[in-house]
Design a protein around this ligand. Structure first.
Ligand code: ATP
Ligand code: MG
Length: 434
């Protein structure tokens, strides 16, 4: 009879008798009177137990441990001693589950617990309102992405996560034993979403996990993340894709600041909305800025964490959080990106947010012969990609797209210190459990 339970945030002084359930966050025993803070998903409410009036319930509850789970029937009373201005005087308490002591870590203690302990005990960690709020915002973000993509005519698709080859270079492929054959976990839906462009689906998107065997132990890389990919046909240049990306982000950011108000309040954060279009800066300009700042990057080098941060600082001084970086040398971009004929550039872009790459995208090579040439040029064997290149033989429109790591977006939006804070059970080179 779930419907008869009341959430803590809905209770008012006129409610009379209510039934609430949750975790005992705290018990303060003061002799003949005991105050219990009961926590549910929405907040906390105080139970006040007076020994003289309810001796049996008093005895039963006061011996319980923190984080035990109970269901309480009781009368709501006005109280000027509590945050809500309310308290519940229990008339019945049922204990569902008693928590063992000591807890592996506290929920309300002000002690700083290191991230590793927190991640090992996520089942406790997420009981904290400020941790739970992050994942509620992530859920709102996913919902907003689906909404804005649908309203722009994109079809949501699901591409395989096990396959025979990768899209983003061999060094970050996880191999799996597929009935005795070697297979790989998907590094991105790239090749599949492009194949779909040949079918006339025109605009597709996917929100799903991808896997990268990246050994780097940084605060922005994990080995499994959620990629938000879009691919669209009939584009004329990479700018068409960039415009779509900024339109989508604008919707998502505005939506989060409206629908995520409560969570943002808990986190003491505000989402800054930057008007579109987002500024554009070329790779060559970036290279000059970072080298003037003392780095020694050569043409085609990845800007790297440090380089991206330097650019981020320069942009932040201009009040800019989001900016596109364009005109990357084709050499530094994957085979599926289109070259800008007569130059060494490619029709690609990155989108950086507060000094960190959150997205890469661009116009793709849709001409079969040129695509096969690019695969060879990258030192790959076209025979490994026929499942993909075949789709370019029988009519393929010009197209382009992007991939956004949604945890990078969330991390930067909330200024979290580490991408792992935006993943419930993160995976990295030294963590595959819990
Ligand atoms: P970086 O240079 O930061 O390692 P990348 O250029 O290798 O990223 P892409 O292949 O362009 O990444 O992937 C598209 C997007 O996926 C990135 O912009 C980022 O948001 C996200 N992403 C890539 N690798 C990771 C990772 N290891 N962990 C989390 N997100 C990632
Ligand atoms: Mg990239």
């Amino acid at each position: 009879m779930v419907a008869t339970y009341r959430d803590s945030n809905t209770i008012t002084a006129d409610d009379g008798t209510v039934v609430v359930r949750g975790w005992i966050q705290d018990i303060r025993n003061l002799g003949g009177i005991s105050f219990v803070t009961l926590r549910d998903r929405f907040g906390t409410i105080q139970l006040t137990l007076i020994k003289k009036i309810i001796p049996e319930i008093f005895a039963k509850v006061t011996r319980l441990t923190r984080e035990s789970v109970i269901v309480v029937t009781g009368d709501v009373k006005v109280s000027n001693q509590t945050e809500l201005g309310l308290e519940i005087i229990p008339s019945d308490v049922k204990v569902y589950s008693e928590a063992i002591t000591p807890l592996p870590m506290g929920v309300i203690d002000k002690v700083n617990v290191d991230m590793s302990t927190r991640l090992n005990n996520r089942f406790i960690d997420i009981r904290k309102a400020e941790i739970k709020a992050i994942f509620e915002l992530k859920s709102i973000m996913s919902q907003l992405i689906v909404e804005v993509m649908n309203s722009n005519g994109f079809t949501q698709v699901y591409t395989p996560k096990i396959g025979s080859s990768g899209a983003e270079g061999g060094s970050t492929l996880f191999s799996v034993n597929y009935f005795g054959k070697k297979a790989f976990l998907a590094q991105s839906p790239q090749l599949y979403k492009q194949i779909l462009m040949s079918t006339g689906m025109d605009k597709v998107f996917e929100l799903g996990p991808v896997f990268r065997a990246e050994q780097s132990n940084t605060n922005r890389h994990v080995t499994e993340f959620i990629s938000f990919d879009g691919e669209m046909s009939w584009i004329e240049r990479e700018e068409d894709v960039m415009h779509m990306v900024e339109t989508v982000l604008d919707y998502v950011l505005k939506g989060i600041s409206e629908r995520g108000k409560k969570q943002l309040e808990i986190l003491k954060k505000e989402v800054k909305i930057q008007p579109i279009p987002y500024p554009v800066i070329t790779y060559a300009e970036c290279l000059k800025i970072v080298n003037d700042a003392g780095l020694k990057l050569k043409n085609c080098d990845d800007l790297g964490t440090e380089g991206e941060k330097i650019i981020g600082d320069v942009m932040s001084k201009k009040g800019v959080d989001f900016y596109f970086i364009t005109e990357y040398p084709e050499e530094s971009k994957p085979f599926y990106i289109m070259e800008k004929d007569g130059t060494s550039y490619s029709f690609s872009f990155d989108l950086d947010y507060k000094g960190q790459e959150i997205s890469s995208g661009g116009q793709r090579e849709h001409r079969y012969d040129r695509l096969v040439e690019r695969i060879q040029k990258k030192g790959l064997n076209p025979d490994d990609f026929t499942f993909y290149t075949d789709a370019f033989k029988y009519g393929m429109p010009p197209h382009g797209g992007w991939g956004i790591g949604i945890e990078r977006l969330l991390t930067k939006m909330l200024d979290l210190p580490n991408i792992r804070e935006a993943i419930i059970f993160p995976r990295d080179p030294s963590r595959i459990s819990p």
